[in-house]
Design a protein around this ligand. Structure first.
Ligand code: CP3
Length: 342
């Protein structure tokens, strides 16, 4: 698999490409299946339909890897938190975590991970129809990003509820993070056993924390998960995606293979700080997809920066719902063509 080879820094005929949020609302075919499924969570819970939308961008856009269709928040949901996706507002947990008792009441460890059967069933279905030269990426949210949702109850601009906890009761925050970390280790392991070829850890809210707190409350837990998976499954590449921490790259270390560079971090900076230790993934600003001209300029620049480096093309965050499909196809083809080595 060209994608897995590239994750391990091997020479490949061209640099493989995928897009975060590639299975989603910019595809009319996704909207049709979504309408058939009911709610977004109904779709996540329906393995045949979730497998179908996972495969759509491979067929329609030509990406080199599929990413499991699910959501990071199914984990806290199966730990016992009621989850709703409210139209126009995003995900909402009606009863956020506020106390030690709330944390104790959550289901933990293997028991929680075993409840995500619909995810493993979806992976098995995808792997049985995905071409053998294309990789299937499994994923999880980082404990910090998951815990932020569990405490704030929804998306936040200020992170004041979770940050209040960090500065006033760090032990309580650590006990929640440790519990989520345990579940996530088993969750990724079970995704791999079901057929995931690669796993990515999304830390979407990384940039909310000052440097020392970032390493204490997020990166250390991500590293613990990566170390656990690497020790047991060394042939499975691990991608870490902490969004928005360009200023912290000097202290990034750990047992993983690929570092996902977000669009706010210059690729040349990531290469200088991490390029000799990790394969780099990314990092076109997703809004460039509104213009083919802007896309071309950026892909050429990234290809130039990474021409002698180990690299996987991607956006620097998720594709937005109003991007023309044609432009996504253009981006993928351009990445594959500009990087061709044979
Ligand atoms: O294609 C893929 O990347 C795979 C599927 C995937 C989804 N969510 C589908 C989805 C993945 C990998 C995620 C991860 C995810 N979910 C993250 C981390 C990545 C990131 O973007 O930073 C986060 C923070 C979430 C939480 C989440 N899920 C939010 C904030 C929202 C609503 C915001 C929005 O875009 O509307 C979701 C819903 C969601 N997850 C949708 C999809 C396709 C849209 C739901 C719909 O169909 O109505």
């Amino acid at each position: 698999m060209i994608f897995v080879d590239a994750c391990f820094g091997k020479q490949t005929p061209y640099t493989p490409v995928w897009m975060m949020r590639q299975a989603g609302r910019y595809l009319p075919e996704y909207m049709a299946v979504r309408a058939e499924a009911g709610s977004f969570l109904d779709l996540c819970h329906n393995p045949p339909l979730a497998a179908e939308v996972t495969l759509q961008p491979v067929d329609i856009v030509g990406v080199d890897a599929a990413i499991l269709f699910s959501d990071i928040l199914v984990v806290p949901n199966e730990m016992g938190m009621k989850l709703d996706f409210v139209a126009g507002e995003g995900p909402v947990f009606a009863d956020p975590i506020t106390s030690k008792a709330d944390i104790d009441a959550l289901l933990g460890g293997k028991e929680a991970a075993e409840r995500l059967t619909y995810v493993y069933d979806t992976i098995r279905l995808i792997r049985s129809s995905l071409s053998s030269d294309k990789a299937l990426i499994g994923f999880t949210g980082a404990p910090w990003t998951l815990a932020t949702y569990m405490i704030e109850g929804q998306g936040t601009k200020t992170y004041n509820v979770v940050k209040k906890l960090i500065y006033t009761d760090p032990e309580l925050m650590h006990s929640l993070l440790a519990k989520v970390t345990e579940v996530v280790k088993y969750y990724l392991e079970m995704q791999i056993q079901a057929g995931a070829d690669v796993v990515q850890i999304f830390d979407s809210w990384a940039a909310a924390l000052e440097k020392s707190k970032y390493f204490e409350f997020s990166w250390n837990y991500m590293k613990e998960i990566a170390g656990y998976i690497k020790a047991k499954y060394p042939h499975i590449p691990i991608i870490m995606f902490p969004k928005g921490i360009a200023g912290y790259l000097d202290d990034i270390d750990g047992d993983f293979d690929v570092f996902g560079v977000d669009w706010s971090t210059p690729m040349a900076l990531a290469k200088e700080k991490l390029g000799d230790r990790y394969v780099l993934q990314g990092n076109m600003e997703p809004c460039r997809l509104y213009s083919k001209e802007a896309t071309k300029e950026c892909v050429a620049s990234i290809a130039q920066t990474m021409k002698d480096g180990r690299h996987i093309f991607n956006l620097g965050h998720g594709i937005l719902p109003d991007v023309p499909v044609e432009n996504a196809q253009y981006f993928v083809k351009l990445c594959q063509e500009l990087s061709r080595r044979d």
